[in-house]
Structures are given as structure tokens and as C-alpha cells.
Design a binder for this molecule. Structure first.
Ligand SMILES: Cc1ncc(C[n+]2csc(CCOP(=O)(O)OP(=O)(O)O)c2C)c(N)n1
Ligand SMILES: [Mg+2]
Length: 797
């Protein structure tokens, strides 16, 4: 049975009439500014390249009342909000009125350095709590943020005396179609999330057209089934009043039965069309004639489109009516393009008002020429009074962001014992050892996994630190003394968040855990584990997490065809390329445990650094014999920079083998064999193709800027090789991850790797079939060493 926490201010006083009047005026100003700034970017600002700049006037107009109410009345300083992507101009107009966004940035909307097309935490100059853009992700992000808030409060990492913030999403109705929204709802139910509001801008239009009839009923059903309170805001005050008249009942029924498409079409067409339909459809209804006669076309249209989502009073009442911390879904009926000539048209998503339409709109809004950017002037209230009002709204009391806290020191981490041992097992042991210790760093670690905790080797850590849940839940296998290697109690102090199988949820949770410091003021160091191929299942959410600037470690294991008997559905191929291409994420693929240990130590700092980021470790279940060695400090550096010579070639050497990860034994064997013919052959271990590549491009760019001495780690590594040396590279993944090495110094290269789907088999069989065993390496060495240019350069002269 869930306990409901009632808010102390359970029965708020209704908004004072003057406040309501100011909110309505501000709503109109927000509508004007958001429409105007899009118009300005498209029709006023000189176009450099003849391209339409774009923007979504109709999507904005649909949301201004909801957002004005939220920002200028509802939001408390501790609340956080995700704004639907296409309402970005509304957000910027609101922040402009609050003094948080500059006029220059509004004028540069969708231009370099200006207000971003879609709200962006990292690219926008004004406060943005959650980036949005890929629909559905920002919505679910608020759910995971509420879970993170609970985690921090229950761990005593933030002040529990302070009220918790509400995590709010102002979302489009089409966002409900995104699967990740449902995935998050179910997970939220399992974790009993609180203080979460989703406000659906229910304009019944998506990008292409009008949404299905009765969507609201489905929304109500599935939200209710996972414990949400669903509140529908359908009719505005004027309509409710009209329903009281003699024809009111019939009118209400007519609206309720009206197909979404027809309602939209009539909204677009206007008063006479409404009249015609009502006359025809409600023929014979008592009181209809006087009702219709009492409205001219304009006022009839105004009445028939008086939906609650555009009615400030109704919106404020609905928000103020929330009595507890249960998750709430508000279905707010709106009209896409409300108040604009675009209103209701099914093609209005990216529609822009013409210059003539804009001129008429400007006159109707009472905006004088030259006053288009005026923030508060020209309204019924005095600008000074409006300014004072805005300065006093609770949202404006939000304290400025604090600088990043000092680095939490990384304790001594030793390579775990075991030989042979896989990188996956070593990772698990490193975490278990951290879990046994008392370090501050370990206290800040939070792990999570989408139902692969055990199979990614997190079990030892979980046994040390327990599972997180807001309520204590016994492990009946333990209480009943059934033998199991794993403790599975849940408690508020637990440090592992177990998720159901939904990789999107993992990355969205990592995103919010990794923003804990920025969103809530307390740093967490999140580690998520999953099988490497399933990164692709959650790829957009991973990209989103990085785009938001979150800091986390993702440990993806098992990987590659070295997962041999498990077969092709579980064997990843292209993930090394994802690791290289994903911004905000540094990828490593160590072969040996001493490398992994170094990388993890470094990563725990990198996650915290001002100039840091997130880290991806591609690990394996294949146990490898560990080299007996003690890496020098120069080698340590090299491991972290992306690669080091296992056998350094003498200057002028004409051949080297390069490899990444788990096929080290095959590579070492082939290298040994090749030494007989090519005694100077080098052997290069690449621990991070990503870092090598990044460094290479940075050096090229620096030299391009005139820094002639700039050089990169990979260039220094390859320096001993002769200009006409040949390379063979090998990775248990797509060969393109290493094939670029041939371009660094213009060396011929034979890149081996996996290009086709894997299948079941033994490692030996699969490495042979996929041409990454030692024989394949030796053959490749022969080919590349004797390779002739297939296209000789044209003869000169
Ligand atoms: C993942 C993703 N797919 C496609 C799009 C392109 N897209 C932008 S808006 C939109 C429909 C939005 O409709 P809705 O959420 O109802 O917003 P509104 O009607 O308020 O504009 C689509 C498909 C996107 N932004 N993200
Ligand atoms: Mg919509």
C-alpha cells in the first residue's frame, strides 16, 4: 500500500483577480513574442543561404497558457521542467520576460549562438533543466529525475528538510506514441516514483495530421493502471457557462462526439462553419436558436474553441488542485495554433504565418510598429508592476547554479587477482572491492542494469551495497535460507538500481543520475551495465544522455564474437564505431586487467572533471592469461591516451601489427610467428581507438591553425615506422575502428575485424571463420607487405 504524502499547502487560495489578469496579459505577450521571434528569424532577419529557418508557431501557440501558468505561478524554485521541443520559442520568450534570456539571443533564434531550436541544457544561454528534441526522451527523463531525487534524499545526500521538487514535463500528445514513454511508466511504477507531473498539450495534432479519436481515454487507462492520477482539462470557463443554458447539454454532447478532424477543420474555418454545423446537427434542440443568435461569428468561434488548456483560470485551478505527491498526468485540451490564423489546420505543424498574416496579428495584439521586442510595455498593467510581479514569482527565486564541487578522491584501486581472467570479471571485482571499502567515492557510486546485473558481474558489488528501493523489501530466498550467491534485499540505503529489460530506461536513468549535481546539487557517479549489442537498443537515449552533458560510466559486456556459443543475436559488431563517434563519451576496450584498472581509476576522475565527460568500457567474458609485467608510468600514460607498444619496433621498421581487445592471444601468437620473417615487427596495443583518433584530429586541426609543433599520441606511436611500412590491424568488432590508422602516416594497412553477423561456435572456430585468428593475421601480413599499388600514380611530364 503506497503512502501518499500530502503537500502542506493542500488547499491553496484561488489566484487573486489582479494576478489572474496579469497572467493573462503575460500569456498574450508570450504568444506574441514566441510567434514574432520565429517570424523574425524567417522573414525579417536577412537570410544568408536562402534556406527557410523554420520554427513552429502553431506548436507554440498551443502551449503558451500552460507554460505561462507553470513558469509564472506553479513552478517552485526546487521544481524542474522539460519543455516539449517545439515550444522552445515559448520557453525563450518566458525566460526573456524573466530577464534570463537576452534580446540578442532571441533575435538570433536558430542562428549560431542564438536561442536553440529545441531547448538545450548545454547550448542555450538561459536555464534549461532537460534538453528535448527527440520526442519522448525529455518526458521520460523527468520520471528518472524524480527517481534520482528520491535516491539523493533517501541517502541523505541532499537536505531532506527542504521540500522535494516536482519534475514536470510539458509534452506534446504525439509524444505518447514513443515506446520509451511507456517503458519509463512501468519502471516508474516499480520504483514508486513521486512528485512527477506530465502536462499533455492535447491539441490532437502531431506532425502529419490529427491524432486518433479517443486517445485521451487510452491515456487515462494506461496512466491510471500504473498508479497515476489523471486530470482532464477540457472545457474553458466560457464553454462551461454556455453548457448551463437550455441548449447546453446538447452542445456539450455535440462537442464530445465531434471527431477530432472535424473539430480542427471547423476551428480553422471559423464562426460561420461552426454555426452551419450546429444548426444542422442540433436541429430541433430547444434553446439552440437564441443561443446561436446571441453570438456573432467571431464570438461563436471564440466560444467553441474555449478549451481549458487556453483558459488561464482553469489551468491554474487544475494545477492548484493537486493534493498529494502521486504522479499526475494532466490532459489539457488545446488547439494547435490557437489565436493564430494557422489554428486547427492539419498541416500547420511547420507552417509559418505570412507577412500579411503577421501584420494583421500584430495589429490585433496591439503591438505598435517598432515595439515588437517590447517585453512588458503596451499591456494594460504598468510595466513596473509586471516587472515586480515577475521578480517575485517563485520560479525566479531559484538560486543560481553552483560551481562543480571539488573532486571526490579516487581510492587506491589494484588490479584484481586471477589469471586467466576476463575484463568483465575484473571489472566486477574492482567494484566489489570498492564496495567493501569505506571511501567517499564508493558512497557516491550508483550502479544500474536492465536485468543483467548478474550476467555483467555486478553481483559482488550488489552483495556489498544492496539494492535501492524507497521501501525495505525482504529477500525471501535469504529469509527462507534458499542458497543463492546473491543478496537481493531492497532498501533506501541500497546503491544499485535494478531496472527491467529496457535499455532506453538504463540510459535515461544514467542521464539523470549523471546530472544529479547540476539538477539537485549532489554528485553521483553512475555506472550502468548492459550487453554490448544492446547499446543499439538504447542508442538514442545514450546520445541524449551525452547531449545533456551527463556524466556516467557505461560498461558494455559481453561484446563481439568472442561471446562465441551465445550466437549472432548477442554478438556486437559496430559498437566500437559508436564509441568513436559518440560525442561526450570516451570509449576504451582494454585487453588486460592492469589496463582496465588504470582506465577505471582515470575514469572516476574524468567523470568529475570540469572538462570531463562520460566513459564507455567495452569488455569481454573471455578469460585471458595476464602478462607478467609492471607498466612504467610512461606506459600508464600511453594506455590512457589510447595505445602503447607491446613490442616497440626499432626506428625504420617496416611492419607492425595493431590490435584492440580480446583477440590479444591470437595477435601475440601471429606476431611471434611473423618475427621469424620480419624481426623488426612492432606490436601495438590500442586501448582506445576513440582517444587515438580524437587526438589525431585535434593535432591536425591545431597544425591547421598554425601550431606547427602540435602532434598527437598516435603520430608519436607510429613515428618509429618507416614511411613505407605496412600495418595489419585486428579487432573483435568492425574493422573500420582501426583501419584509419593507415591514414595517419600513409601506411598501407590490412584491417581485420568482423563485418558479418556472428553465430554460435567456439572462439577458435569463429575467429577462424571470421578471419581474425592468427592464420588470418599472418596471411594479411603477407598480403599487405607485398601489396602493390593497384593504381600507380600517373607518369609525370
Ligand atoms: C524521435 C523523433 N521522431 C520524430 C521527430 C519529428 N517530429 C517533431 S514534432 C513531431 C510531432 C509532434 O507532435 P506533438 O508531440 O503532438 O507536438 P505538438 O502537436 O504540440 O507540436 C514529430 C514527429 C522528432 N522530433 N523526434
Ligand atoms: Mg500535438
Amino acid at each position: 500500500m503506497r503512502s501518499l504524502k500530502r503537500h502542506p499547502d493542500a488547499a491553496p487560495a484561488p489566484v487573486a483577480p489582479n494576478t489572474l489578469a496579469m497572467l493573462k496579459e503575460l500569456d498574450q505577450r508570450v504568444l506574441w513574442l514566441s510567434t514574432w521571434l520565429i517570424h523574425h528569424a524567417n522573414h525579417v532577419r536577412p537570410s544568408r543561404d536562402g534556406l527557410k529557418v523554420g520554427g513552429h508557431q502553431a506548436s507554440c501557440a498551443s502551449a503558451t497558457t500552460l507554460m505561462t501558468a507553470l513558469y509564472f505561478n506553479v513552478l517552485r524554485p526546487e521544481d524542474r521542467i522539460a519543455v516539449k521541443p517545439h515550444a522552445s520559442p515559448v520557453l525563450h520568450a518566458i525566460q526573456y520576460l524573466l530577464g534570463n534570456q537576452s534580446l540578442d539571443n532571441l533575435k538570433a533564434f536558430r542562428g549560431l549562438g542564438g536561442a536553440q531550436s529545441y531547448p538545450s541544457r548545454t547550448k542555450d544561454a538561459c536555464p534549461v533543466d532537460f534538453s528535448t528534441g527527440s520526442v519522448g526522451l525529455g518526458v521520460a527523463a523527468t520520471l528518472f529525475a524524480s527517481l534520482v531525487q528520491d535516491y539523493l534524499r533517501l541517502h541523505g545526500l541532499v537536505d531532506r528538510e527542504q521540500p522535494p521538487g516536482k519534475m514536470i514535463a510539458l509534452m506534446g500528445d504525439a509524444e505518447v506514441d514513443e515506446g520509451n514513454v511507456f517503458e519509463s511508466l512501468l519502471e516508474g511504477w516499480k520504483h514508486d516514483v513521486r512528485n512527477l507531473w506530465w502536462v499533455i498539450d492535447y491539441n490532437r495534432q502531431s506532425l502529419d495530421g490529427v491524432v486518433n479519436e479517443g486517445l485521451f481515454a487510452k491515456i487515462r487507462d494506461f496512466f491510471s493502471s500504473v498508479g497515476w492520477e489523471v486530470i482532464t482539462l477540457k472545457y474553458g470557463k466560457k464553454l462551461l457557462k454556455a453548457f448551463e443554458g437550455p441548449a447546453g447539454g446538447a452542445l456539450r454532447q455535440w462537442i464530445d462526439d465531434c471527431p477530432n478532424q472535424l473539430y480542427s477543420a471547423l476551428t480553422f474555418t471559423g464562426g460561420s462553419a461552426w454555426r452551419e454545423h450546429l444548426k444542422k446537427d442540433l436541429k430541433g434542440t430547444r434553446g439552440l436558436k437564441p443561443f446561436l443568435d446571441s453570438h456573432d461569428d467571431a464570438s461563436l468561434c471564440d466560444l467553441m474553441t474555449n478549451l481549458a488548456g487556453h483558459d488561464m483560470e482553469s489551468v491554474l485551478e487544475a494545477f492548484a488542485g493537486v493534493r498529494d505527491d502521486r504522479p499526475h498526468c494532466f490532459v489539457a485540451y488545446t488547439i494547435k495554433g490557437f489565436g493564430l490564423p494557422l489554428a486547427g489546420h492539419k498541416d500547420n505543424h511547420a507552417g509559418l504565418m505570412s507577412k500579411q498574416q503577421m501584420e494583421r496579428f500584430q495589429r490585433a495584439m496591439g503591438i505598435a510598429d517598432g515595439e515588437e521586442w517590447e517585453a512588458l510595455g503596451g499591456l494594460a498593467h504598468d510595466p513596473a508592476e509586471l516587472r515586480a510581479f515577475l521578480e517575485a514569482v517563485p520560479y525566479a527565486q531559484r538560486p543560481p547554479p553552483t560551481p562543480r564541487a571539488p573532486l571526490i578522491p579516487v581510492p587506491e584501486i589494484r588490479p584484481p587477482a586471477g589469471n586467466p581472467i576476463s575484463t568483465q570479471e575484473a571489472f566486477g571485482r574492482i567494484l566489489t572491492n570498492l564496495g567493501k571499502g569505506r571511501s567517499e567515492l564508493a558512497a557516491r557510486l550508483v550502479t544500474s542494469s536492465p536485468d543483467v546485473t548478474v550476467s555483467t558481474n555486478l553481483g559482488g558489488w550488489v552483495n556489498q551495497r544492496g539494492l535501492f528501493h524507497r521501501e525495505n523489501r525482504a529477500d525471501f530466498f535469504r529469509t527462507e535460507k534458499v542458497v543463492s550467491a546473491l543478496k537481493w534485499e531492497m532498501a533506501p540505503a541500497g546503491q544499485h538500481i535494478e531496472l527491467g529489460i529496457a535499455e532506453n530506461n538504463l540510459f535515461l536513468l544514467l542521464a539523470e543520475l549523471g546530472l544529479a549535481e547540476e539538477l539537485f546539487g549532489a554528485r553521483l557517479l553512475p555506472i550502468g551495465t548492459l550487453y554490448d549489442p544492446f547499446i543499439q537498443r538504447g542508442l538514442d537515449a545514450l546520445n541524449y544522455a551525452c547531449y545533456q552533458g551527463a556524466r556516467f560510466m557505461v560498461v558494455a559486456t559481453p561484446s563481439g564474437i568472442a561471446l562465441a556459443p551465445e550466437g549472432g543475436a548477442h554478438q556486437s559488431i559496430s559498437t566500437p564505431l559508436i564509441g568513436m563517434a559518440q560525442d561526450g563519451l570516451v570509449a576504451f576496450e582494454p585487453a588486460f586487467v592492469d589496463e582496465l584498472t588504470l582506465i577505471m581509476r582515470w575514469a572516476f576522475e574524468y567523470l568529475q572533471r570540469e572538462d570531463g565527460g562520460s566513459v564507455y568500457l567495452r569488455l569481454s567474458t573471455r578469460p585471458l592469461a595476464q602478462p607478467e609485467r609492471r607498466l612504467t608510468s610512461a606506459q600508464n600514460e600511453a594506455v590512457l591516451s589510447g595505445g602503447y607498444w607491446l613490442r616497440e619496433p626499432p626506428p625504420g621498421s617496416r611492419f607492425a601489427v595493431v590490435y584492440t581487445g580480446v583477440l590479444a592471444p591470437e595477435v601475440i601468437e601471429a606476431h611471434q610467428a611473423l618475427l621469424e620473417d620480419i624481426p623488426e615487427a612492432g606490436l601495438l596495443a590500442v586501448t582506445s581507438a576513440d582517444r587515438l583518433h580524437e587526438g589525431w584530429l585535434a593535432a591536425i586541426a591545431a597544425r591547421g591553425r598554425g601550431e606547427r609543433e602540435a602532434t598527437s599520441h598516435v603520430e608519436r606511436l607510429l613515428a618509429p615506422l618507416a614511411p613505407d611500412a605496412a600495418l595489419v590491424s585486428a579487432i573483435d568488432g568492425h574493422p573500420a575502428a582501426l583501419s584509419w590508422l593507415g591514414a595517419v602516416e600513409g601506411h598501407r594497412i590490412s584491417p581485420l575485424g568482423v563485418k558479418r553477423f556472428g553465430q554460435s561456435g567456439s572462439i577458435e572456430e569463429l575467429f577462424r571463420v571470421y578471419d581474425i585468428d592468427s592464420d588470418a593475421l599472418i596471411n594479411a601480413a603477407a598480403e599487405v607487405t607485398y601489396r602493390r599499388r593497384s593504381h600507380p600514380p600517373p607518369a609525370r611530364g
